[in-house]
Design a protein around this ligand. Structure first.
Ligand code: C2E
Ligand code: CA
Ligand code: CA
Length: 724
């Protein structure tokens, strides 16, 4: 205030003056108030603006739950268009906002106790039903008397954070409880974190590995190159996937399927590596097992046919590229069927195992020996430099079988027929190579046991013919293309006809009359011999009975019995049936069984022969002298006659040894009380000499070739008194 101010106490003013002064004063005051009001209004607008535009929702509400004041953000958070709508429409916060009265009551209670509530999280539903998460800080309001009058709050939409949190919680669950082992490392490859499965698989607790590198898991199996490659791949592709052999804490090895992924931050820098792995040891074991089943022969543990083919393909591929040669050896055991049939499969299996072991012992590591099935083995000899080297291998294979194989209490000497073919001379592809070796083996077999044969082109034709031949042999039985010829047997002294040997022939539709040497061996191998043999037996018995009825009561009918029939077939019943059906007397039937068949298994032979003898039929030992009969067994074999083989009769006049053999066979027969007959007598001299040596029964071209039954009847039955 200035010194000439009329209100200054230094002077007294007139009433007019006073009024004037007062008026002035009033005017000034009015102007001041106006300015203040203006200022206030500005401030209010300012705060209203802050209130309205605050990102958080700000509100005030009554205790009974109506909003009295809200800003825009509350409307946004609750999903209403305007703050006015919030105030007008929400008259029960509990029900309308929380959808849950209880929760609202809890909030009020907390407010009354503490005066405020912080970070009160709620899941609410917006008007359109979409869920949100909010967090509120709320303060109780009181009137002048200090009584609660309402509350004020700030709410924030935390849905985003909440979802991220949930996600994180989920990730952590997955991390901890997944069945895959997980480890997280830093850029120095130091382990930062591992999960339960990691511990479960590796056996290491987290504290044992944190800060270390995954190298502590290494089994030392992989070369450093392996890891270098792995990190190279991670650097270029961002991840690596593969199988790793690691070691558990217990020391046990295990195979894991591992994926390593690098983690980069938003600036593109690598911050971590994540390794995720599963233990696939079990799967590996199963795979291995499956592989064994598919590629190995379970009995011998040798590769099987499939594996052999695979190896052969690989080897041929290499041989072609490097201009080399390789050999295929095909081995078929001799007599194996016999062992199997007469001693049982188990014994047969044991023999095969020993054979497999011996083969492996004598072969080089680079050779592959496989069992194709049954008693067939093949060997692949890679990289042969000369046929001689192949010969050496083959020789070893055949030699290693020379010493007897013992199985249980039995001892077997088993031989092998071996065929060979050579790449690229005999075939360019594996299939043909094997087929050719097989064909060579067949020829080896047909030339007697224990032979070795190389493939020749003619063999191929032979092999094909053989297949066709076997097929037509099968049909021959159905079409009854077989016929039996009979060769008469005589008493040399009286000239009397005493018997007839039945000899089968095949009336082949294309090739004409075929002799047994052409088809018996094949029939034997293919198993068709049983049916052929039975047919011959039936037919011969029938014929024998017919001749019997024509007055030849003493005529013997001799029927050849094949080794297979003897070993497997139900020979006893077959013979019994044939006799019953034909009505032939048992004593008129003679079964011819070769010496070698009987000697192969004397114990079983004795048993079968005894049963046959009980039936009343006669049994002769065919081809006697060609096998190596043990005398002690011979004594016990219940046979009735020895048949001296043609080969001793043939050179009887010139060969002293043959003569000595015949003499001793006759001697032996006399001592054992057996009959004796010579076959293949072609000359008078032979006939005379046989009689001198004491053999008085014979058959041969000198008297008659084998002939049809009709011819036989005409020549020897109707007028038998005139003959011989
Ligand atoms: P095998 O039992 O030794 O039969 C005698 C063979 O010698 C017959 O040959 C016969 O024709 C022949 N032969 C007879 N006398 C003379 C002769 O004076 N000189 C010459 N050089 N040969 C003579 P085949 O008929 O060819 O029979 C050969 C073999 O076939 C027989 O030998 C026998 O082991 C077998 N065989 C014949 N028929 C059957 C049959 O029905 N079943 C079985 N399993 N084998 C049979
Ligand atoms: Ca015979
Ligand atoms: Ca003979």
């Amino acid at each position: 205030m200035s010194s000439d101010n009329p209100l200054s106490p230094s002077r007294t003013l007139s009433s007019e003056e006073l009024i004037e002064v007062l008026q002035e004063e009033l005017q000034e005051t009015n102007q001041g108030l106006l300015a203040l009001a203006l200022e206030l209004e500005n401030a209010r607008d300012h705060y209203q603006g802050i209130f309205d535009n605050a990102f958080d929702g700000i509100y005030q509400a009554t205790l009974d739950g109506s909003y009295t004041m809200v800003n825009h953000s509350v409307a946004r958070i609750l999903g209403l268009e305007s703050s006015r709508m919030v105030v007008e429409e929400i008259n029960n916060i509990g029900r309308d906002v929380y959808g849950d009265e209880a929760r609202y009551n809890f909030l009020l209670k907390e407010l009354q106790v503490h005066g405020f509530v912080l970070d009160f999280k709620s899941r609410i539903e917006q008007r359109d039903g979409s869920p949100r998460w909010i967090s509120e800080n709320v303060r109780l309001l009181t009137d002048e008397a200090g009584n609660p009058s309402g509350f004020q709050g700030v709410m924030r939409d935390i849905t985003g954070e909440r979802e991220a949190e949930d996600q994180l919680r989920l990730m952590s669950k997955v991390f901890q409880h997944g069945i895959e082992g997980i480890l997280i490392t830093d850029t120095q490859n130091r382990i930062l974190q591992v999960n339960h499965a990691f511990t479960y698989i590796t056996g290491y607790q987290p504290e044992e590995v944190l800060g270390k590198t995954p190298a502590i898991l290494s089994a030392g199996y992989h070369e450093s190159d392996f890891y270098t490659e792995m990190w190279k791949t991670i650097a270029s592709k961002g991840y690596w996937q593969g199988e790793v052999l690691d070691r558990r804490k217990s020391g046990e090895l295990y195979t894991e399927a591992l994926t390593i992924t690098e983690v980069r931050n938003s600036d593109g820098e690598v911050t971590n590596y994540i390794g995720i792995f599963t233990d696939i040891s079990d799967r590996k074991a199963t795979e291995l097992q499956m592989h064994r089943l598919a590629y190995y022969d379970l009995l011998t543990d040798l590769p099987n046919r499939r594996m052999f083919h695979d190896r052969m393909e690989q080897e041929l591929h290499r041989a072609r590229r490097e201009n080399r040669s390789c050999g295929v050896i095909f081995i078929d055991l001799d007599n194996f069927k016999f062992i199997n049939d007469s001693y049982g499969h188990r014994t047969g299996d044991d023999v095969l195992k020993v054979v497999a072991e011996r083969f492996q012992e004598v072969l080089r590591e680079s050779d592959t020996v496989a069992r194709l099935g049954g008693d067939e083995f093949t060997v692949l000899v890679p990289d042969i430099t000369s046929l001689r080297s192949l010969d050496i291998t083959t020789g070893r294979l055949s030699d290693c079988l020379k010493s007897p194989i013992s199985v249980g209490e039995h001892e077997f000497v088993i031989g092998a027929s071996i065929g060979l073919s050579v790449f690229p001379d005999d075939a360019e592809d594996g299939e043909t190579l094997l087929k050719n070796a097989d064909a060579a083996m067949y020829r080896a077999k047909s030339q007697g046991r224990g032979n070795i044969e190389y493939f020749t082109p003619e063999l191929n034709i032979h092999a094909r013919e053989r297949v066709e031949f076997e097929m037509s042999l099968r049909y021959a039985i159905e079409r009854t293309e077989f016929i039996v010829h009979y060769q008469p047997q005589f008493d040399l002294q009286s000239g009397e006809l005493i018997g007839a040997e039945a000899l089968v022939r095949w009336n082949h539709p294309v090739n004409g009359l075929l002799y047994p040497d052409r088809f018996i061996a094949i029939a034997e191998e293919s198993g068709l011999i049983d049916r052929i043999g039975n047919w011959v037996l039936e037919e011969s018995c029938r014929q024998g009975r017919e001749w019997h009825d024509q007055g030849m009561e003493h005529l013997m009918v001799g029927v050849n019995i094949s080794p297979r029939q003897f070993a497997t077939g139900d020979l006893l019943n077959t013979v019994r049936d044939a006799l019953r059906r034909s009505g032939l007397q048992p004593q008129n039937l003679e079964l011819e069984i070769t010496e070698s068949v009987m000697m192969e298994n004397p114990v079983q032979a004795t048993e079968v022969l005894c049963q046959l003898r009980e039936l009343g039929v006669c049994v002769s030992i065919d081809d006697f002298g060609t096998g190596f009969s043990s005398l002690s067994y011979l004594k016990r074999l219940p046979v009735t006659r020895l048949k001296i083989d043609r080969q001793f009769v043939c050179e009887l006049n010139t060969d002293h040894e043959d003569r000595a053999i015949v003499a001793s066979v006759v001697d032996l027969a006399r001592h054992l009380g057996l009959g004796v007959i010579a076959e293949g007598v072609e000359t008078e001299e032979q006939s005379d000499l046989l009689q001198q040596l004491g053999c008085f029964e014979a058959q041969g071209y000198l008297f008659s070739k084998p002939i049809t039954s009709r011819e036989f009847g005409e020549r020897f039955i109707d007028s038998h008194s005139e003959t011989a």
